[in-house]
Design a protein around this ligand. Structure first.
Ligand code: C2E
Ligand code: CA
Ligand code: CA
Ligand code: CA
Length: 279
């Protein structure tokens, strides 16, 4: 698959004309990033709104570039989608998280479910349930320990197929959250057709909650309607107590954000899990 990707890298493709030189250099390097084992996962905790306990984590990919240091996914996921590497990177992400969960389990830690982000293109091109089933089997991992985060645009692109894929995932006991809710165009009732477990309120709504105490009606409406659809509601990008209190008062179930913990290196998240065991 990598050779295929290399062959499609062409200076005359339409995307290239809008790309910056930096993008091109980075894209070139991305082909070797997997081989050189330069990709890694950071883990950001999700906490329960009531108890404050860690109830899960989101795996966030990073690229430790040999010259540029830590490159953010915002800089290379799009490139990977354009050159076809996204499938290999997407599979690496799931495999890496499963291997890590296995290692934590073997170390006797009290693990939590870890969510992996799935790109729209990867979702469209891969047989995700099949790949995931193989990786879970390889590591003898309970399916409840891996969750997926998908965006609305991904579901809307081919909603009939998406519903079938989500149905298969549900039968496998793999939970799926809708990511970045509120940034797309779909209505909550449209989401009824998909077997989803949770909904993540996008950071852009959470950041509107400030000291002025003005109600952020959209945030509270999303929570109420999501609960009617039996969805767990997770707020992303919670940065302060004011936001946490507002969201908790409106029934938000789980929080994720700098206020509770930054995305952290695997060793640090391991220590957090170890602390859970003692406490
Ligand atoms: P996302 O899925 O919406 O992930 C949340 C982003 O918000 C992360 O950025 C996270 O570090 C950041 N964040 C978390 N809490 C806070 C907060 O309190 N304040 C602020 N300002 N930011 C916060 P990150 O890690 O740079 O990831 C960016 C995006 O890249 C992700 O957005 C996701 O769409 C994508 N991504 C990350 N990892 C993967 C991956 O393994 N596969 C795919 N396909 N996409 C990924
Ligand atoms: Ca996400
Ligand atoms: Ca998100
Ligand atoms: Ca977001």
């Amino acid at each position: 698959a990598k050779e295929e990707g290399r062959n499609t890298f062409c200076f005359f493709s339409p995307e290239i004309s809008t790309a910056t030189l930096g993008d091109l250099l980075l894209e070139n390097d991305l082909f070797g990033a997997l081989d050189r084992q330069e990709l890694l996962m950071y883990y950001q905790p999700k906490v329960d709104a009531g108890s404050g306990e860690v109830v899960g984590a989101e795996a966030l990919i990073r690229w430790q570039h040999h010259e540029r240091g830590l490159v953010s996914p915002e800089q290379f996921i799009r490139l990977a989608e354009e050159n076809g590497l996204i499938n290999a990177i997407g599979e690496w992400a799931i495999r890496n998280v499963c291997a890590q969960q296995r290692a934590w389990l073997d170390a006797g830690l009290l693990v939590v479910p870890v969510a992996v982000n799935i790109s729209a293109l990867q979702f469209a091109q891969q047989d995700l349930p099949n790949m995931l089933a193989h990786v879970l089997a390889d590591y003898g991992l309970p399916p409840q320990l891996i969750e997926l985060e998908l965006t609305e645009s991904l579901l809307m692109r081919n909603s009939a197929r998406a519903a079938l894929v989500l149905d298969r995932l549900r039968k496998m006991h793999v939970q799926v959250a809708l990511d970045d809710f509120g940034t797309g165009y779909s209505s909550l009732s449209y989401l009824r057709q998909f077997p989803l477990h949770a909904l993540k309120i996008d950071r852009s709504f959470v950041s509107q909650i400030d000291e002025n105490g003005e109600p952020v009606r959209l945030a509270s409406a999303i929570i109420a309607m999501a609960h009617e659809l039996d969805l767990v509601v997770i707020a992303e990008g919670v940065e302060n107590e004011v936001q946490a209190n507002y969201l908790a008062a409106h029934g938000c179930d789980h929080f994720q954000g700098y206020f509770y913990g930054r995305p952290q290196a695997v060793e640090d998240f391991g220590k957090l899990l170890a602390g859970r065991r003692l406490g």
